[in-house]
Design a binder for this molecule. Sequence first.
Ligand code: GTP
Ligand code: MG
Length: 209
Amino acid sequence: MNLKQWDVIAAKYIASAVKGAQYPVPAMEEIAFIGRSNVGKSSLINSLTRCRSLARVSGSPGKTQTLNFYELCAKRMLDEGEDRRTFHLVDLPGYGFARTAKDNREQWSVFIGKYLENSENLKLVCQLIDIRHKPMDSDVACYHWLMDCQRPTLVILTKADKLSKGAGIAQKELFKREFGLDDSRIIIYSSTAHTMRNELIAKIMDYID
Ligand code: GTP
Ligand code: MG
């Protein structure tokens, strides 16, 4: 059977939540985006959905403060007919925001921790890291936390347009060594150039039933 490529054909904002009672009903399979403040989580959601302002983007860190749920519809053509899936993307508040008070940081870990540990619908966590940086303690800690929660994780190196291709590939190799990843679990992305958009959508769809 000749399976054609998945594409995202519709996206809409569904809900924001700071506690379980506010999670959307009906629940759907979820793909979550986690990473330091300002790494480009909300921009990536806009790039994947081709919506310029679906998720709010800001130059100053700490913009996203709640779990934000977006409903996506993806479609691919089959030899006969087509195949559609509807699922949720979840934009999480960033970690490592220096100006956030200690109390807020603790609240962050409790709230996001509960979600990551308990969500039955969560199929994949995409951990975003700025491609220009060395692995930071908070990124390494987050990655190990996801491993402890036994969550399938994909590392996305963001803002690839800010580095030359060669420098980007060198950074990818560094992260592969540091995190012990093979090529299937790391991808380079630019939300301004939308490079690797089809590849990332294909990877995400591998986790949606
Ligand atoms: P918080 O909600 O604060 O946790 O941030 P976030 O991770 O959602 O980051 P956001 O998408 O708001 O982007 C932060 C800044 O980085 C904005 O100024 C974006 O325009 C910029 N940015 C995000 N992705 C890219 C990218 O791929 N390339 C470039 N050049 N800039 C980007
Ligand atoms: Mg954001």
